[in-house]
Design a protein around this ligand. Structure first.
Ligand code: COA
Length: 165
């Protein structure tokens, strides 16, 4: 049941901008339960994604992680928002809007000229916050997942190239 239906009071819900406070096991469980695109993620890879994202916002009901969103940003020209999730039990209470607003008002995003995101089903949610549909920037590279041996070869090649210079 969503929070809206049971008239949940969410004044005690806290939004946190310190990514060090995130419990990655809870984040993984949040994705597995609520994010269809992130159901098969593993702890190791989510740890890498969080380490390389800034800012990362988390939403807490006391010690329970109930929402999260993250961005990658150059701080001035371009940023992209990723993995916006509110736990199904807390949806429809305005927390998703506040989560995205907290993210885009962060100093690493609030001066950025263009903030991108991709969404399969939630266009209307983002439109309420001010995002518009953009059909001109639709290219993607489906990169094959490199295995550790390939990565090692790539880095050895790069070392050889720089030694030969
Ligand atoms: C999308 C999601 C983050 C929205 O969070 P939420 O807390 O339920 O949304 P809010 O209650 O803050 O809604 C904010 C506004 O968007 C509207 N809205 C939310 N979801 C909507 C939808 N699917 N269609 C139309 N409007 C929607 C609300 O009515 C509200 O409008 P208002 O401000 O005019 O009252 C949440 O549903 C979710 O986590 N879904 C699963 C994961 C997902 O799909 N994430 C987005 C991936 S791109």
């Amino acid at each position: 049941m969503v929070g809206e239906e049971i008239g949940m009071d969410c004044r005690h819900i806290k939004f946190c901008t310190d990514k060090e406070k995130i419990d990655l096991n809870q984040l993984l469980a949040l994705y597995q339960k609520n994010a269809f695109w992130a159901k098969n993620r593993c702890l190791e890879d989510v740890t890498v994604a969080i380490a390389h994202s800034n800012p990362v916002i988390s939403v807490w009901d006391n010690k329970r992680l109930i929402g999260s969103a993250r961005a990658t940003s150059d701080g001035i020209y371009r940023a992209t928002i990723w993995d916006v999730v509110i736990d199904a039990e807390y949806q429809g209470l305005g927390l998703g809007r506040k989560l995205v607003e907290t993210l885009i008002s962060h100093p690493l995003l609030n001066r950025v000229e263009r903030i991108y995101l991709t969404t399969t089903h939630q266009q209307k949610f983002y439109q309420r916050i001010g995002f518009v549909e953009n059909e001109t920037t639709t290219m993607v590279l489906y990169n094959s997942y490199p295995n550790p041996e390939d990565l090692l070869k790539q880095s050895q090649n790069l070392e050889e190239i720089s030694l030969n210079r």
